[in-house]
Ligand binder design. Structure first.
Ligand SMILES: N[C@@H](Cc1ccccc1)C(=O)O
Length: 501
């Protein structure tokens, strides 16, 4: 039979005494309580020891009781004054009794027969009696002494003197229970002890010293029972949704994408809309669809040359052969500030800054759009936007990449593309992925950036682009059915949410 060092030690100590109180066993082994309990349970499982538990009602001294033990019960304090003066009014007692103690004192003294009470000129007068003069220790006094000594006394014992109920009424004691544990060795245990147990210190950590000195050859290594139940611990860890986003970032970087970053959540309309060839009178620019900043209202436009090219594209199509939107473009309008409404703004910024051709870029952005909050809608959410630029890219490449995303990121088995419209792409698609429980889930939009946009930003190669609403995907990856939970403070969820990838 395999016994741990601690079990062996516990069994040897039990063998000496046969039966011990748990506390005594702790003392004898010199181990801590948890270790002794674990050993006892281990020995019990092996049939070598038995743990007996019995709970017992006790009376426990209260704070008030402790005070009474120190300064005396109210009736004793009153009697002392009575003895001194023979005859007192309640006022005379207020020096030794609190207000609460004063109220019942007349009743108490009469019950004990320590004083007579009468009225003189409308005032209560207490007069000491024979019994009062010869007052002796009563059961309640003995009980108080006992309690003061031990803190708690078995109810059985106290009841020999006075009922616990009475002690409770006098606020001297409360009722409680204590569990007494005794541990007993079994015949099988005794036999084992008789045969002799070799007590060798066990080592639980292999140290460099043990290896260097060669001592590892002599010591006994502690065995670990990896199936033993343990207390659950909750180490600090990443917020589950944060973990999900970080994982996506990792994936995309592994796939060779370059990350696009930006410092602020605030964007000019120029980058959010104009640079993407979205006309200034487009309905999606009104306050119903995006937020606007009150203070400061406006920001800065980029270099003049770029602004001129964007303006020309909007007004007449620039040099793309397009006729543009045919209106007068306003720089003031483009300067207005707003919380970024889509990640595509970063794609525009990157294209204007210059890109590697061929090249692959992505960004994960917090974006803002007015909406009614419910279990599938948030007013701030996250998008994964990106683009691939290359001389001979076409629409089929885009569909291929999107499909790969749907499979890799969303774990979708089936993917569906539907025609769609965005001012900045042509053709445009909307993508849905099939989820076994949720059915077809709309995933995001994509397309080939229009030449009016890319040329104005200085790029002369096809750019295929997409924007994916990542929160919905997070929902099924994290197994939740309310999108607001992604930002929940619910400790249970934060501790237990598991990313299933
Ligand atoms: N920005 C679009 C998605 C999109 C990105 C890139 C190309 C086409 C569409 C949206 O917010 O829905």
């Amino acid at each position: 039979m395999e016994l741990s060092y601690q079990e062996k030690l516990t069994l040897i100590k039990l063998g000496e005494a046969r039966k011990l109180k748990f506390e005594e066993l702790v003392e004898k082994t010199g181990l801590d309580q948890v270790a002794v309990m674990r050993s006892v349970l281990g020995l019990q499982a092996k049939g070598l020891a038995k743990l007996h538990e019995s709970s017992e009602k006790v009376a426990v001294l209260t704070e008030t009781g402790r005070e009474y033990a120190r300064i005396g019960l109210p009736e004793w304090r009153a009697l002392r004054v009575l003895k001194e003066k023979g005859k007192v009014t309640l006022d005379d007692l207020s020096g030794v009794l609190s207000e609460d103690e004063l109220k019942p004192i007349v009743g108490l003294l009469r019950k004990e027969g320590w004083a007579n009470v009468r009225k003189e000129e409308g005032k209560l007068i207490l007069e000491i009696t024979e019994r009062g003069l010869n007052a002796e220790e009563r059961p309640i006094d003995k009980a108080l002494k006992l309690l003061a000594e031990k803190g708690s006394v078995p109810a059985k014992e106290i009841e020999k003197l006075i009922s616990v109920k009475e002690l409770k009424r006098r606020k001297i004691a409360e009722e409680g229970t204590v569990t007494e544990r005794t541990v007993e060795i079994t015949p099988a245990g005794e036999e084992l002890v008789k045969k002799g147990i070799e007590l060798k210190r066990e080592v639980s950590v292999l140290t460099p010293e043990l290896i260097k000195s060669g001592k590892w050859r002599e010591v006994e290594f502690r065995r670990f029972d990896i199936k033993a139940p343990v207390r659950r611990i909750y180490p600090g860890k990443k917020q589950p949704y944060r973990a999900f986003l970080d994982k996506i970032r990792r994936r995309l970087i592994e796939m060779g994408f370059i990350e696009m970053t930006v410092e602020s959540l605030i964007e000019t309309q120029f980058w959010n809309f104009d640079a993407l060839f979205q006309p200034q009178n487009h309905p999606a620019r009104e306050w119903t669809d995006t937020y606007q900043l009150k203070y400061p209202k406006s920001g800065h436009l980029p270099g003049e040359e770029l602004v001129e090219r964007v303006k020309a594209a909007h007004e007449r199509g620039g040099d793309t052969g397009s006729r543009g939107w045919g209106y007068v473009w306003s720089p003031e309008r483009a300067m207005l500030l707003m919380p970024r409404a889509h990640g595509t703004a970063l794609s525009g910024r990157q294209l204007a800054k210059g890109v590697e051709i061929p090249g692959k870029y992505f960004t994960i952005q917090r974006v803002f759009r007015p909406d009614v909050l419910d279990r599938t809608h948030l007013i701030e959410f996250n998008q994964v936007d990106g683009f691939v630029v290359g001389e001979d890219l076409n629409f089929r490449h885009l569909l291929g990449i999107l499909k790969r995303f749907a499979v890799e990121i969303a774990g979708a088995k089936k993917v569906k593309f539907l025609p769609d419209y965005y001012p900045f792409t042509e053709p445009s698609v909307q993508m849905s992925a099939y989820h076994p429980e949720l059915g077809w889930v709309e995933f995001g939009g994509a397309g080939i950036f229009r030449e009016e946009m890319t040329k104005a930003l200085g790029i002369d190669a096809p750019v295929i682009a997409w924007g994916i609403g990542i929160d919905r995907l997070a929902m099924f990856k994290l197994g939740i059915d309310d999108i607001r939970y992604l930002f929940s403070y619910d400790l249970r969820w934060l501790r237990e949410a598991r990313l299933v990838w």
